[in-house]
Design a protein around this ligand. Structure first.
Ligand code: UT7
Length: 336
């Protein structure tokens, strides 16, 4: 029989340095009031100012916790999937760097470059590997270091105000978990026509040199975002894709105990809750503490929801999100 993908352990890690909205207002024209009202964010965690910490380092800390909770050692992992838009270096991918930091010598590792939906694409990829029998125990990491790549002057304030650093890791095992457990439905989408709505352009392999003084002066090595466009697209697409996976799983909306949306903006997730007619406590929020940690936001939230006992045996969660790519998707998962 085909195995089901079961989450055996989760872990999260954020760097200790906290950056408040007040801190940001010392570097750019912004205010605590503006950031709270427009995004819900109160603070975020950033790596030390002097740098030296990459996405794989944050993922390593989260991995240690997730492995322990799963009761695995690193040697038990037979595939590493690393979701990030901020790899430690241009190449090789952060999956390889995490692999060696875990003390592994030949375990395969791959990176997923799907930004805010990296964890969703990663989960579906892990499930495909497990169901095909190619892998039995997958370590899926979502980790980002945004802070070293943000324009913290007033020019970059729309983006700099929202992003935080962090990592979330999930240990997934192929198991015979009985009917109705594991990934019950999944739907992934992409629309590359929207690529320029949220991107970092340089360094760019399509150019020679990949980055030059002019690009640096214009800030083209920083993220640019059409915030309103992304916001409106998310408010439209998230209820749509949630409906798709509910129909696929043949479940009523009430069957989902907790919705864990990507934490991009509190207002987006509140609009999603209204569109779905969900009571407030069915949608998980932690953007207040972490800002938008992109590929890490859903696994960090999942780890917290498990810790708080909101999720656990027999409970059903929906993970969903939309972001750069554009990409969007949703997954329904039931704990055995
Ligand atoms: O996770 C990846 C996907 N990304 C998203 O989901 C982001 C979605 N978009 C958003 O979250 C929102 O669009 C933002 C939070 C980025 C911006 O909020 P908004 O309500 O859409 O504001 P806006 O872009 O319409 O800007 C309103 C004003 C502008 O000033 P003017 O032109 O009205 O004078 C901006 O320049 O707010 C200004 N502004 C700021 N003011 C203070 C933009 N950023 C800031 C800031 N502090 N940090």
């Amino acid at each position: 029989m085909m195995k089901q993908s079961i989450i055996r352990g989760t872990g999260r890690y954020v760097p200790p340095r906290q950056v408040s909205n007040e801190d940001l207002s010392r570097w750019m024209e912004t205010s605590d009031e503006w950031i709270r009202q427009r995004t819900g964010i109160e603070k975020r965690h950033w790596i030390p100012e002097e740098g030296g910490v990459g996405a794989s380092d944050l993922a390593l800390e989260a991995s240690k916790i997730a492995l322990k909770r799963a009761g695995w050692t690193a040697e038990d992992v037979d595939l590493i999937i690393f979701a990030t838009l901020s790899p430690d270096i241009f190449f090789p991918g952060s999956g390889c760097l995490l692999q060696t930091k875990l003390g592994l010598a030949s375990t395969p590792a791959l990176d997923i470059r799907q930004q805010c939906t990296g964890f969703l694409y990663g989960l579906v990829t892990a499930d495909a590997y497990i169901r095909s029998g190619y892998a039995k125990r997958v370590l899926l990491a979502g980790a980002e270091v945004h802070s070293t790549g943000l324009d913290i002057s007033t020019r970059g304030r729309d983006v700099a105000a929202i992003f935080g650093d962090g990592a979330g890791v999930v240990c997934i095992e192929g198991a015979d978990a009985g009917d109705g457990a594991g990934i019950l439905a999944a739907s992934l989408h992409a629309d590359g026509a929207g690529a320029e709505s949220l991107m970092i352009e340089g360094p760019a392999s399509r150019q020679w040199p990949r980055i030059d003084e002019k690009m640096l002066a214009e800030g083209r090595h920083y993220p640019v975002m059409d915030g309103q466009k992304i916001f409106k697209t998310a408010v439209r697409r998230l209820p749509e894709v949630a409906g798709e996976v509910l129909r696929q799983a043949d479940l009523p909306v009430e069957a989902v105990d907790l919705f864990i949306p990507h934490q991009a903006n509190l207002r987006i997730n509140q609009a999603f809750a209204r569109a779905m007619k969900l009571p407030e406590d069915k949608v998980f929020h932690n953007i207040q503490k972490y800002g938008n940690t992109t590929a890490a936001s859903i696994p960090i939230a999942l780890d917290e929801a498990l810790e708080q006992g909101i999720l656990g045996p027999g409970r059903t969660a929906m993970f969903l999100g939309l972001g750069a790519g554009l990409t969007w998707g949703a997954v329904i998962y039931r704990f055995p």
